[in-house]
Design a protein around this ligand. Structure first.
Ligand code: CA
Ligand code: CA
Length: 452
């Protein structure tokens, strides 16, 4: 294929900038003229009125008003960064409305010349995992946080990776996948960037090349990863709809054990922290992952108070282990979701944290023989939640209504109270009886269900 020199390419060459990608690519702006009617229609959609917390006030419109110039189809990391404003380090401040269609697979590890970078390519010259393991083994180092040259080299390596795989999103943006679109090995960072819509994308394996050893996390210490699939921080009015979140062919079960603990290269799917608020997550499919959704990352009573308001509806939580979600401070509405849970590693579904106000209504839980209804709640320092209309189908038995709170309180002390202290009003459409939820959510939740 012959490279066509567009005006923009000529200017880029004159300025000494590398043209995007090694191989010739179609012009992303011109591509948007060839989108189907339905893709154009869905790209311009805004959050429906009253559809969860993100509908509060002016609602969430994303990049629905983008001009043709800021409407792009992207196929590579370089094109995605260009469509978001052109400079990954500064794109969070680009407030111009942007409508971005993802075509095919965009890989966060795609290097400047189009080849795929490895973890070794991103590592600081002074970092080596075997040296790190030798230095900070508890038998040698003790049970205190790693410090010194090797830890400093790990932190520099993380900074290298962050520049590469963390894609910074600005305000007034819609990112929507065309059929089969995948974002692999990257984090969408929505930080100080309000009014953002993310739809119809499959997020795969946002892995951390340089997990941190935290010897005082839990009884035996833990390896912790830095990278979520989507992080929402210091932002409001964010709608995350009809996406799929997986670890792909790099599941936690395939990771090695170091210091007797799993080497955790994954963090959250959709974490809402650092005073973020007014988020609606609808019709998503979370599958085969560990930590899903952390709402609030600190117990400190401070600026998170009155924030962290999130609505979760019609999501499928399938073979996932914890934080479905875990909540601090926020008023969080969890209704009409389907949970399919089991396996030996399952931990809990709804985490009731400090000053949290969870309102869980008409959710359906399909459990295997290893999970009891009393296991579905976990007290992370909260006092109460409102829970009603739950149904459970356990170990292939008949579906039945279950009072989750009563089951929890019968098995645990102290008891949790039954009133979260608020009643959701921002809901679009009727709240379905729980037995209908699996019938709808199974076929309709996740990427590649919208007629893009
Ligand atoms: Ca996180
Ligand atoms: Ca009790």
């Amino acid at each position: 294929m012959r490279r066509i020199l567009t005006g923009a390419t000529v200017i880029a060459l004159l300025l000494g900038a590398a043209p995007a990608g090694a191989a010739p690519r179609p012009d992303p702006a011109a591509d948007s003229d060839r989108l189907s009617w339905s893709a154009r229609h869905l790209g311009r959609q805004v959050l429906p009125e009253r559809d969860g917390w993100a509908a509060e006030g002016a609602g969430t419109t994303g990049g629905s008003t983008a001009t043709p110039e800021r409407t792009r189809v992207v196929r590579t990391r370089a094109e995605l960064v260009a469509a978001l404003g052109g400079d990954n380090a500064g794109n969070a401040t680009d407030t111009t409305p942007k409508l971005i269609y993802v075509d095919g697979t965009v890989d966060g590890f795609e290097g400047p010349d189009g080849t795929t970078l490895s973890c070794a390519d991103l590592a600081d010259p002074q970092y080596r995992l075997d040296a790190y393991l030798a230095a900070y083994d508890r038998a040698v180092w003790g049970r205190v946080a790693p410090t010194g040259p090797l830890e400093e080299a790990r932190v520099r390596s993380v900074a290298n990776q962050t520049r590469q795989t963390q894609i910074n999103v600005g305000p007034n943006t819609t990112i929507i996948g065309l059929r089969g679109a995948r974002l692999t090995g990257l984090t969408l960072m929505i930080d100080r960037a309000s009014n953002v819509i993310v739809r119809n994308l499959t997020f795969v394996d946002a892995r951390d090349c340089f997990p941190a050893w935290s010897p005082t996390d839990g009884e035996a210490g833990n390896w912790n990863s830095q990278y979520d699939q989507i992080s929402v921080r210091r932002s409001d009015h964010v709608w995350v709809d009809h996406n799929t979140f997986t670890d792909g062919d790099n599941p936690d079960s395939a990771q090695p054990t170091h210091f007797g603990r799993p080497y955790q290269v994954h963090d959250g799917s959709l974490d809402v922290t650092h005073t973020a608020s007014l988020v609606t997550a609808s019709w998503n499919r979370f599958t085969g992952r560990d930590k899903l959704m952390l709402i609030g990352s600190s117990n400190t009573v401070g600026p998170d108070v009155g924030r962290l308001k999130v609505t979760l509806h019609h999501n499928l939580f399938d073979s996932v282990l914890q934080r479905l979600p875990r909540v601090r401070f926020g008023q969080v509405d969890v209704y009409n979701n389907h949970y399919r849970l089991g396996g030996g590693d399952f931990q809990y579904a709804l985490g009731v944290g400090v000053q949290s106000a969870l309102y869980a209504q008409n959710n359906f839980f399909t459990l295997d023989a290893t999970v009891e209804p009393a296991d579905l709640l976990y007290d992370w320092g909260g006092t109460a939640l409102t829970e009603r209309g739950t149904w459970v189908r356990q170990d292939g038995g008949p579906a039945r209504p279950v009072d989750l709170l009563a089951a929890y309180n019968a098995a645990h002390d102290p008891d949790l109270g039954a009133d979260a202290g608020w009643t959701p009003t921002l809901r679009h459409g009727p709240v379905l009886p729980a037995p209908l939820v699996p019938l709808l959510v199974g076929p309709l939740a996740g990427a590649d269900r919208l007629p893009v």
